[in-house]
Design a protein around this ligand. Structure first.
Ligand code: SF4
Length: 244
């Protein structure tokens, strides 16, 4: 038995990859797998649901049940870009659990489809190596098809599904206040999601260590950036939806 498991994360590229899988494989073999971190942007949940309804394929959820913040408390630490254990616990371990369950049900052939783009070659290498170790295949259809994030966003819009609001200021539709973000990202969090910025700052004080190297979030807000930081892959998703 075979299963094609798409990492359905809430981003436009994973949505494009999810739709690609349905064009390539029988519908009953395709699983759109979502792991809830409980700290996604509300509009990301809207996007996940609307895209699923527009294409007519269900979302399969395998989640830990805790939020990112609950995991920080349980692990007595805040994760950061060097040690993103929230990602491991809330996503990677959930994927592995789901694959184990599939194997127990008699599935012998698993392909993990991921919506990574060509500039994310390090993620591709890591995911491919994980697949070798875990005994499953990996597929990166956006890279094979030369599809950009902008094209993926345009595809979603062509189905009448507005891309997630996170893209208005973030490169990825990750959790709000993602611990993998750099300085420019955190200054944007301070501007766009001040409550989340305050909550993450309080966590730094509570745990006595910082998310970023060599600076607290509060210090960063006071000093700002020494130089402008360019987004690695820009995305134009049109005017803000609060417009007319
Ligand atoms: S998106 Fe960021 S904060 Fe959320 S689980 Fe992944 S690494 Fe952690």
């Amino acid at each position: 038995m075979r299963r094609i498991v798409v990492g359905y994360s809430g981003g436009v590229t994973s949505a494009w990859a999810a739709s690609w899988a349905l064009r390539q494989f029988p519908k009953d073999e395709v699983v759109w797998l979502f792991h809830d971190t409980k700290e996604e942007h509300p509009d990301t949940y809207r996007f996940l649901k609307e895209f699923s309804e527009a294409v007519g394929h269900p979302i399969t959820e395998q989640s830990d049940g805790r939020s990112v913040t609950q995991v920080f408390h349980d692990e007595h630490a805040i994760a950061n870009n060097r040690m993103a254990f929230c990602s491991r616990i809330l996503k990677a371990e959930q994927r592995d659990k789901y694959f184990k369950m599939l194997r127990e049900q008699g599935v012998t052939d698993i392909t993990n489809v991921l919506g990574f783009s060509a500039i994310e070659w390090q993620r591709v290498q890591r995911a491919t190596a994980r697949g070798w170790q875990g005994g499953y295949k990996t597929a990166f259809p956006l890279i094979d098809g030369n599809v950009t994030k902008q094209q993926a966003a345009d595809y979603c819009a062509s189905l009448g599904v507005r891309p997630p609001a996170m893209y208005r200021w973030s490169e990825h539709a990750n959790c709000i206040g993602c611990v993998r973000g750099g300085k420019a990202y955190w200054l944007k969090v301070a501007e766009m999601e001040p409550e989340v910025f305050r909550q993450r700052s309080e966590l730094e004080t509570e745990f006595g260590h910082t998310i970023l190297k060599n600076t607290t979030l509060v210090q960063l807000q006071q000093t700002g950036l020494k130089r402008a930081v360019r987004q690695r892959e820009s995305i134009d998703i049109g005017p803000c939806e609060c417009g007319g």
